[in-house]
Design a binder for this molecule. Structure first.
Ligand SMILES: *Cc1c(COP(=O)(O)O)cnc(C)c1O
Length: 422
């Protein structure tokens, strides 16, 4: 039996499609509202019944240049008519260009000053998996026991067995234990928690998000990152910055760590989300020192670095590393922060604070506030927002969201918060 897409004019079709087609045939790993998204344009997105929503979540910080971006549509179509895939058994032009672009733009932006090589893959999880494997290989040059990894409370690095092992959330980990051994958990507010765990003999890597996304939009202090860098250097440990959510223009510079001095730079940067504006792609950027530990056959991927994804990634990196574009991100951020601060001031009994940087922002509510109800109210009122840990409403819009759309979205958010927080 085949099913066609239901007629959008029939108001009953959303529920019917979900209940007879989506739910019975999809694995039970997500809880979703009754909403089917069909198309988008810039920072507006539409459902099956043609209702319009303002998009403040961009597919979880992914569609950084907005939906159906004309230039990206053109690139997809053009590259699809030439060569979409050829595997890593051969070179291709866009894969090389993207690697080169990432290294050059990273250095120009004040990010990883000794960036040198790139491993291209297809998602954030894969980018972290590569980083962890590279760090293990680096450590093994010195000793077979140099295999331990330090991660942090409230962090998120992905759901594969390796990435999950460094994501210390019991809800995600417990059903799948045992995970890889030798992972220890430190606290981003207390450098002595790292000092107690790190050792030259046993530790091969430290992995950290400079701004925690899923965990609640928690900015790690620049001073802490500097101290962490020093501890890693002193103990010959690979420092990995997971910039999958906070990187690629989101904080108003190319990388969240572009705001930091060289003395706080990592050895590896991982990225994904915004890199493909919705096309699945990820990358692991490393220094020559890490590269030296690698040999042919150590790691691989069939799809990684494919010409289609790489051409899109090259275009995205070009756009978001542009100074004028980043200036726009900072202006839009100020507008968001002003609007969110006003909401916080109007609801002192419900809101704790406005968090984050650039366009990676959070409105943190007191634990007793039902933020799920606020998200649902926003949706009813025509605005899509998502949550993060610590009872935070997360705002991660497209980096080029128009100012009038910001204003409209913020007033829906204010109204929805008022409806729930009476
Ligand atoms: C989303 C995310 C990941 C996982 O990326 P996927 O593309 O979902 O595999 C890892 N780390 C951080 C910080 C993320 O935000």
């Amino acid at each position: 039996m085949t099913h066609s897409i239901p007629d959008a004019s029939d108001q009953s079709n959303t529920g019917q499609f979900i209940n007879t087609i989506s739910k019975p045939y999809t694995v039970t790993t997500y809880s979703r509202p009754n909403l089917i998204l069909t198309h988008g344009k810039g920072s507006l997105i539409y459902d099956l019944e043609n209702r319009e929503y303002i998009d403040f979540y961009s597919g979880i910080a992914v569609t950084c240049l907005g939906h159906s971006h004309p230039e990206i549509t053109k690139i997809v179509s053009d590259q699809a008519s030439k060569l979409m895939h050829c595997s890593n058994l051969f070179y291709n032009l866009p894969g090389g260009e993207l690697a080169n672009k990432l290294v050059e733009k990273t250095k120009e932006s004040g990010g990883l000053h000794n960036a040198q090589r790139v491993f291209l893959c297809n998602s954030g999880t894969e980018a972290n998996e590569a980083a962890l494997k590279f760090a293990r290989k680096y450590g093994k040059q010195f000793s077979q026991d140099k295999i331990e990894i330090i991660t942090f409370e409230n962090s998120f690095h992905g759901r594969s067995m390796g990435a999950l092992a460094v994501t210390p959330n019991p809800k995600y980990q417990q059903p799948f234990a045992p995970l890889i051994p030798g992972v220890q958990v430190a606290n981003t507010k207390d450098i002595s928690s790292v000092e107690k765990l790190i050792s030259k003999e046993k530790t091969c890597a430290v992995i950290i998000e400079p701004i925690q996304g899923e965990g609640g939009i928690n900015t790690v202090d620049a001073e802490f990152l500097g101290q962490l860098r020093k501890l890693c250097t002193d103990n010959n440990v690979v420092l990995i910055y997971d910039e999958i959510q906070c990187g690629l223009g989101r904080t108003g510079k190319l990388w969240a760590h572009s705001h930091l001095p060289e003395s706080a730079h990592p050895d590896i940067v991982t990225m994904a989300k915004a890199l493909g504006n919705g096309f699945p792609i990820g990358a692991t950027l490393i220094t020559e020192q890490i590269e030296k530990a690698l040999s042919v056959g150590d790691h691989g991927t069939t799809y990684g670095g494919n010409p289609l994804g790489s051409r899109i990634g090259t275009y995205v990196v070009d756009q978001i590393s542009n100074d004028e574009f980043l200036e726009g991100v900072n202006e839009k951020s100020a507008k968001f922060i002003a609007g969110l601060t006003k909401i916080a001031e109007q609801h002192p009994d419900h809101v704790i604070e406005v968090k984050g940087k650039g366009l990676l922002l959070g409105l943190q509510f007191k634990p007793e506030v039902d933020i799920g109800a606020i998200v649902a109210k926003c949706r009813e009122n025509g605005l899509l927002v998502i949550t993060a840990g610590m009872n935070v409403i997360r705002l991660v819009p497209a980096l080029n969201i128009p100012n009038d759309v910001i204003d409209r979205g913020l007033s829906i958010l204010a109204e929805s918060v008022s409806e729930v927080c009476k």
